[in-house]
Write a protein that binds this ligand. Structure first.
Ligand code: ADP
Ligand code: MG
Length: 857
C-alpha cells in the first residue's frame, strides 16, 4: 500500500528533527532505514502496488540518503527537508481510492520549503520575510489514516470554511467540558483562542540521552517504555496512602522512571515498546532518575506539540490544562489558520515589512525558531496597535467633521482686557497654547484638546482663559477635578484670576448642606452662575447646565476615553461643548499617542521666568535630625517649609489624621519648638483648611506639616524647603508634584527626601528625583518603573488591554501604526472601500462592544 509506505518514510523524519539530525531516529541509523524503505517501495513498482509516477521521486529519495551519515548537520537538515518535500509531492500525486481512507486534510504544499500553502491564487505572495517552513511542516504532514483523532468518521473532503467568530464548541476536539474550561479563561470563539498568546516559551528542542541529563534541570528526552506501568500505594510519612504510578523508560544510554501521583488511569496510556518524547524536571533518587508528571508525547502519534520544539506556555493556566490548551490551539490553527483572512492592507504590510496573518498566528504559538517568533510578534503587535489607532483616528475624524459645536468668538479688545488683568505677563508657551485654544473655540467644530506641561508651567491660567471665553460669549464653563481638594484649589486660583474681571466662580462640593447645594445647582441650571468648579462625579451627576460652552477636565491620569465620552453629551441643543483635558504633570509620549490619541495636544514646555532650580537630596532616616536642623536654618533666614507626612492608605483616614497630628505635635515639642508649626490634613473641613493655608501664605506659620493635600496647586513663593517623610512610599509623579511646591520665588529651594527604600524600584524613584527636575523625563521614568498597566490603569482609561503590545518597548510601532491608521482614515473614514472590509470586521472584533463608545462620543 502506497499510503502506508509514505507514512513509514515520513514518521522517523519528525523524530530525526527532534533528535537534532543525529541519524538516531531509528535503531541502526536513519540512513539505512530510509534506503531500505525506498528500495522496498521501488520493488513495489513491479507488482503495481506503487504507482509508476512515483518512481522518479523515490529514486531521488533513495539517492539523498546515501550521503546522510557522512555530512554535517546543516546538510542533514537539508536532506530531511528535501525528503519531506518529495514525500509531499508523492502524497499530492496520489489518488485516493476512497474518501474514507485518508484524512480529510488536503495535501497542501507542493512546494513545502517555500510557503504555507495558505495563499489563495489572487493573493499576492507573502512579504517574503519568513523562510522555509511553517510550524506544521513537516510535523503535520505526518498523516494517519486510522489513528488520527481529527478524523473520527469520514467527512466531506474539504473542511468547511472556518470563521474567526466560530464558537469553540464547533471545533474538533473541543467538547462541552473543554469549552467550559476555555470559557473560564474568556475564550469563546476561534478568534479568542488564536489571539490567546503565550506568556512565555520553553525551548525543548535539545533532546539529550539519559546518560547526559542533569538532575535538577528541565530536559527533553526521547525514550522507549520498557515495562508495563505499575501503580502502588505509598505508605509511610511521605506516601500518606497516595497512589503512585510509575512507567520505566529507557534509551541506549540509561533508564528513568516517569511518575504520577494519584493518577492510576495513566497505566492505560503506556505499553512496552512505545516511543516517547518526554519533557520534565529531572530528579535523582537512590541512583535512579525520576521525572514527576512530565509532559510527554507518543512519538509519531500526534502533531508533536510539547517536546523537541519551542513550546508555548500560556498565561493563567498550569499543568494539564496547558497541554489541553496547546492541543486546542494547535487544532484551531490546523483547522482555521489558513482560512483566516488577512486584514492588513497589502500596501501597509509591504511598507512595514509585516508577515502575513496565518503564518504569524502559527509562529507566535508554535515557533520554529526564535527569529520567526519575533517576526510573528512584530506583525501581531503592529496589528494590535493599528486597530487601536484606527479607532482613535475614526473618533477624531468624526469629531472634526460630524459634530456640531459652538462658535466662541470674542473680540480682540475683550481679550486684551482679560490679559491685562492677569498678575503676570504670559510666557511664550502660554501665548502659543492660548492661541491654539482660541482657534478651536472660534471654530464650529468641538474642541477636543489635551493640555499638559510640567509642574508650575502655568496651566491654570490657560484653563482660566478657556473658561472665561465661555463666559464672555454668553455660555457657561465648568472645571472638573478628580478630588474635592483639587477642586477647592482650582476654585481659589480661578477666583483670584477672575474676580478682578467681575466674575463669580462657584464651587460645588459634596460636603455642602443640601440647601446650599440646591441653590448652586439652581443658579447653574438657570444660568446665573457662569463658571463652576467641582469634582467629575458631582458635576456629571447632579448638574443640568443652562448653556454649557466649555468644559475643562483635570485628569491626573485618572480619566480616559470612555469617561470623556460620557461627559461630552452635556451640551444643549445638540451642540457639543468644547473640551480641554488637562493633566497635572507631563504625560509620556506613548500615552499621548494612545490613551489621549484621539485628542489634539498642546504642551507648555516653558516655565515662567525667575524660577530657581531646586536642589534635591536623599537622606536616611537615621540622619533625620540633620534635615530638621536644615529646616530650622531656613526658617531663621525668614523662609518657610513644608513637611509632608508619610503616605497612608486611602482607606485608613483616621490613621492619616493620627500620623499628621502626631508628627506636628512632636515637631512642636522637640525639633522645632521655637517655630510656628501649622497642620493641614484631609479630615479638616474646607474652611479650616482654607484658614490654615491662609496663615501659612501670610507668613504666620513657618512650617506646614501636611498630608498630601498640598500636592497640587499650593503656591507660596516664600516656601523654600519641601521635606518628605518616608519618601520611598510615594510615586514619582507625586514626588515631582510635591517638589513643585517650592522653587516658586526668588530664593533657592531644596527638596529633602527622607527615606530608606527597601526595593530596587523605590531606590530608582529616589535617584531619578535627585538626577532630574524635568517633568517630561520623570514621566517617562515613571512609566518604565511602574509598567504600563499601573501607570495607565487601562481598564479605567477605556483602552482595551493589550494582548501583545508593550507600550514601553513598542513606542516606534505605535508611531508607525498611528501614521498608517490616520492616513487610511483620511482616505476612507468609514472603511467602506472593498479592500478595507476585512479590516472593518477586525476592528469590530478587536473592540467588541466598546467600539461604538470609542468611535462616537
Ligand atoms: P501648573 O498648574 O502648570 O503646575 P500653575 O498654573 O499652578 O502651574 O502656575 C504655577 C505658578 O506660576 C502660579 O503661581 C502662577 O501664578 C505662576 N505663573 C503662571 N504663569 C506665569 C507667568 N507667565 N509668569 C509668572 N508667573 C506665572
Ligand atoms: Mg496648577
Amino acid at each position: 500500500m502506497f499510503w502506508e509506505t509514505l507514512t513509514k518514510l515520513r514518521k522517523p523524519l519528525t523524530a530525526e528533527i527532534k533528535l537534532d539530525f543525529g541519524n538516531a531516529a531509528v535503531i541502526g541509523g536513519l540512513d539505512g532505514y530510509m534506503q531500505a524503505e525506498t528500495e522496498r517501495a521501488l520493488a513495489g513498482l513491479a507488482t503495481g502496488q506503487i504507482p509508476s509516477e512515483a518512481e522518479f521521486r523515490l529514486q531521488r529519495l533513495h539517492h539523498l540518503w546515501q550521503r546522510y551519515a557522512d555530512v554535517d548537520i546543516a546538510e542533514r537538515r537539508r536532506i530531511v527537508q528535501e525528503s519531506c518535500r518529495l514525500l509531499d509531492e508523492l502524497d499530492a500525486g496520489y489518488q485516493l481510492p476512497d474518501a474514507g481512507e485518508r484524512p480529510q486534510q488536503a495535501p497542501e504544499n507542493s512546494d513545502g520549503a517555500a510557503a504555507d500553502g495558505n495563499h489563495k491564487k489572487d493573493d499576492p505572495a507573502p512579504t517574503g520575510l519568513h523562510p522555509a517552513s511553517s510550524n506544521r511542516y513537516p510535523a503535520s504532514s505526518i498523516q494517519h489514516p486510522a489513528s488520527s483523532p481529527q478524523t473520527p468518521t469520514p467527512k466531506p473532503q474539504t473542511p468547511g470554511p472556518c470563521s474567526l467568530d466560530m464558537e469553540l464548541t464547533y471545533l474538533k476536539g473541543v467538547g462541552p467540558k473543554r469549552a467550559e474550561a476555555l470559557g473560564k479563561l474568556g475564550l469563546r470563539t476561534v478568534y479568542d483562542l488564536l489571539y490567546h498568546f503565550p506568556a512565555r516559551y520553553e525551548d525543548r528542542r535539545v533532546v539529550r540521552p539519559l546518560a547526559q541529563v542533569e538532575p535538577g534541570a528541565k530536559e527533553s528526552i526521547c525514550a522507549t517504555v520498557l515495562f508495563p506501568p505499575q501503580t502502588r500505594v505509598m505508605g509511610g510519612r511521605m506516601g500518606g496512602g497516595r497512589q503512585i504510578t510509575r512507567v520505566r523508560v529507557g534509551d541506549a544510554s540509561g533508564r528513568a522512571d516517569l511518575q504520577w501521583w494519584n493518577q492510576p488511569w495513566r497505566e492505560k496510556q503506556f505499553q512496552p515498546g512505545m516511543q516517547l518524547f518526554i519533557y520534565g524536571k529531572i530528579n535523582e533518587y537512590n541512583g535512579m532518575l525520576q521525572i514527576d508528571s512530565p509532559d510527554f508525547e507518543i512519538m509519531g502519534e500526534d502533531n508533536t506539540l510539547q517536546v523537541g520544539r519551542i513550546v508555548p506556555v500560556y498565561p493563567m493556566t498550569e499543568g494539564l490544562f496547558q497541554t489541553a490548551l496547546r492541543r486546542a490551539i494547535s487544532n484551531a490553527l490546523d483547522r482555521c489558520a489558513d482560512s483566516v483572512e488577512e486584514m492588513l492592507p497589502n500596501v501597509i504590510r509591504e511598507r512595514f515589512n509585516l508577515s502575513d496573518l496565518p503564518w504569524s498566528l502559527r509562529q507566535i504559538h508554535f515557533p520554529d525558531d526564535w527569529t520567526f517568533k519575533e517576526q510573528a510578534r512584530a506583525r501581531l503587535v503592529f496589528e494590535e496597535l493599528f486597530l487601536l489607532q484606527l479607532a482613535l483616528a475614526q473618533k477624531k475624524a468624526s469629531a472634526h467633521t460630524e459634530e456640531v459645536g459652538i462658535r466662541h468668538v470674542v473680540e480682540d479688545d475683550k481679550i486684551k482686557k482679560f490679559l491685562a488683568a492677569l498678575p503676570f505677563k504670559l510666557t511664550s508657551a502660554q501665548r502659543r497654547v492660548m492661541n491654539e485654544i482660541r482657534k478651536d473655540l472660534r471654530s464650529p467644530r468641538p474642541m477636543n484638546r489635551l493640555l499638559h506641561g510640567d509642574v508650575g508651567s502655568g496651566k491654570t491660567v490657560v484653563a482660566a482663559y478657556a473658561l472665561w471665553t465661555a463666559h464672555a460669549t454668553g455660555h457657561q464653563g465648568a472645571l472638573l477635578a478628580p478630588t474635592e481638594i483639587l477642586a477647592e484649589q482650582h476654585f481659589s486660583v480661578l477666583t483670584r484670576l477672575l474676580k478682578p474681571l467681575g466674575i463669580e466662580v462657584a464651587l460645588l462640593e459634596g460636603s455642602l448642606k443640601t440647601k446650599q447645594k440646591r441653590r448652586i445647582q439652581a443658579d447653574i441650571t438657570e444660568g446665573r452662575t457662569t463658571i463652576v468648579v467641582g469634582t467629575h462625579a458631582l458635576i456629571q451627576e447632579s448638574v443640568e447646565f443652562n448653556k454649557l460652552g466649555v468644559c475643562v477636565v483635570d485628569e491626573q491620569h485618572r480619566f480616559g476615553v470612555m469617561q470623556r465620552a460620557a461627559l461630552q453629551h452635556k451640551g444643549q441643543d445638540g451642540l457639543r461643548p468644547d473640551v480641554l483635558v488637562m493633566t497635572a504633570t507631563p504625560i509620556p509620549r506613548t500615552m499621548a499617542l494612545t490613551v489621549y490619541g484621539d485628542l489634539d495636544v498642546s504642551v507648555l514646555d516653558e516655565l515662567p521666568p525667575g524660577r530657581q532650580p531646586i536642589k534635591t537630596v536623599k537622606i536616611k532616616p537615621a540622619q533625620r535630625q540633620r534635615a530638621y536642623k536644615f529646616v530650622l536654618d531656613e526658617v531663621k533666614k525668614g523662609r518657610q517649609a513644608y513637611v509632608v507626612c508619610p503616605l497612608v492608605e486611602e482607606s485608613e483616614k483616621l490613621a492619616h489624621l493620627k500620623a499628621a497630628t502626631a508628627l506636628a505635635e512632636r515637631l512642636r515639642a522637640e525639633e522645632l519648638h521655637d517655630v510656628r508649626v501649622g497642620l493641614l490634613h484631609g479630615q479638616m473641613s474646607v474652611l479650616e483648611r482654607e484658614e490654615e493655608m491662609e496663615l501659612f501664605r501670610a507668613g504666620m506659620r513657618d512650617v506646614l506639616v501636611s498630608t498630601t493635600v498640598i500636592e497640587v496647586g499650593v503656591d507660596v513663593p516664600n516656601a523654600t524647603v519641601m521635606l518628605i517623610e518616608d519618601a520611598e512610599r510615594f510615586g514619582l509623579s507625586q514626588l515631582h508634584q510635591l517638589r513643585g511646591r517650592v522653587g516658586r520665588g526668588e530664593h533657592p529651594s531644596t527638596c529633602v527626601l527622607l527615606g530608606d527604600p527597601k526595593t530596587d524600584e523605590g531606590r530608582s524613584r529616589l535617584s531619578v528625583m535627585t538626577k532630574t527636575q524635568n517633568g517630561f523625563e520623570i514621566a517617562e521614568h515613571d512609566l518604565q518603573l511602574r509598567g504600563p498597566g499601573e501607570f495607565y490603569g487601562t481598564r479605567q482609561s477605556g483602552m482595551p488591554d493589550f494582548r501583545l503590545a508593550n507600550i514601553i518597548r513598542d513606542v516606534e510601532v505605535i508611531q508607525q501604526a498611528r501614521e498608517a491608521a490616520f492616513d487610511l482614515v483620511a482616505t476612507d473614514p468609514h472603511l467602506e472601500l472593498p479592500q478595507h472590509q476585512q479590516l472593518r470586521q477586525a476592528l469590530a472584533r478587536f473592540w467588541g462592544d466598546k467600539l461604538s463608545l470609542v468611535q462616537v462620543s
